[in-house]
Design a protein around this ligand. Structure first.
Ligand SMILES: [Cu+2]
Length: 356
């Protein structure tokens, strides 16, 4: 039988341990403020498991501290302890109670996982394209953007593809996190619950520019979202018509393809070039790759015309390795992932032929 004094001491220790653990749980902000229905459910699972853990921590702390204190031996006591038989009731209790707790955490998690994967009857479908080191989004009607804009209180179903390596989509305030794996299409659902600006972060180490692989996120109320999407559609139709006209003009004139330096500038930012390269006109100062302000000299060294050298360096970076740098660092996929217009734009922007 447990001594009455021992029981009171253990209850007191348990209360102190529970208070300390609760303060650690409550006073530190472990999770960001939720901005989605899925994050609300994830937060619930977090507290459900945390409360159970605090209870078990208090019990274990009380038993250990009391046992160490009450059953300690004198320094010169070398005798064996008395033999002890098992206690069937105690053993049944410490098997069944944890089993129930673990199963309940499992059931709660499974319910939350399945609810968080359910996009409901009318989700907005957004395609996501990830590549080293940038995100692209495509809305119904072929509207492509580099910013993720979501409507308030409507489930957004993402269908995600990668052009190169494994990336992972995560907006911390929205909880959901999903890998983007080359060769398969992965899915995830997010239902925003407050308007505002957030950041989408690549959360799978995907190469040297990984830390720069972020995209801005905006949540708008439904009316503002509809206006935004209509504007994007109108702008997209205009741009497509413009590009067609430009292509026609080029093939007619037969002049050397003059890229659009302005498009080159936005491409430089969206394709993540600035994550590795210093280039003054783009305002970047990364040092993973060579400083692109010295391209003229490097083209001379390679003995090639500047435009041709720049284009080759982007499409086939392994063709000429700048001295002092390693092959295999600059992604080799730009030839596939950039459009011809983006590529010639980059060449124009990098050669500085047109005003920035
Ligand atoms: Cu990534």
């Amino acid at each position: 039988m447990i001594h009455r004094g021992a029981l009171i001491r253990m209850v007191a220790i348990a209360v102190v341990a529970a208070v300390i653990a609760s303060l650690v749980a409550v006073l530190i902000r472990w999770l960001p403020e939720s901005a989605s229905e899925e994050m609300d459910r994830i937060t619930f699972v977090f507290w459900f498991a945390t409360i159970i853990s605090i209870g078990i921590f208090a019990l274990v702390a009380a038993v250990i501290i009391e046992a160490v204190w009450a059953f300690r031996v004198q320094p010169d006591d070398d005798t064996d302890g008395p033999p002890i038989h098992g206690n069937t009731k105690l053993e049944i209790a410490w098997t069944i109670v944890p089993a129930i707790l673990v199963i309940s955490i499992g059931v709660v998690s499974a319910v939350v996982l399945s609810k968080n994967a359910n996009a409901g009857s009318d989700p907005l479908e957004v395609k996501v394209f990830a590549q080293q080191f940038a995100w692209k989004f495509e809305y119904p009607g072929k509207v492509q953007t580099e910013e993720l804009v979501m409507p308030l209180h409507r489930s957004v179903k993402f269908e995600m593809q990668s052009a190169d390596v494994i990336h992972s989509l995560w907006i911390p305030q929205m909880g959901q996190k999903q890998d983007v794996v080359p060769g398969i299409t992965t899915k995830i659902v997010i239902t925003p619950t407050r308007t505002g600006n957030f950041t989408l972060i690549c959360t799978e180490l995907c190469g040297l520019g990984h830390a720069t692989m972020r995209a801005p996120v905006r949540v708008l109320d439904q009316a503002a979202f509809k206006r935004w999407l209509d504007d994007q559609r109108a702008a997209g139709a205009g741009a497509a018509a413009g590009a067609g006209a430009a292509a026609g003009g080029q093939s007619g004139g037969g002049a050397a393809a003059a890229g659009d330096a302005a498009l080159g500038k936005t491409t430089f930012a969206s394709a993540g070039c600035g994550g590795c390269h210093t280039f003054k006109p783009a305002g970047t100062d990364a040092q993973v790759g060579p400083d692109l302000d010295n391209l003229v000299a490097d083209a001379k060294k390679a003995g090639e015309p500047e435009d041709q050298y720049i284009e080759q360096s982007i499409v086939d970076p392994e063709a000429v390795i700048v001295s002092g740098y390693q092959p295999g660092v600059m992604p080799t996929t730009f030839g596939k992932t950039l459009s011809p217009a983006e590529l010639s734009g980059l060449v124009a922007f990098l050669s500085g032929k047109e005003a920035n």
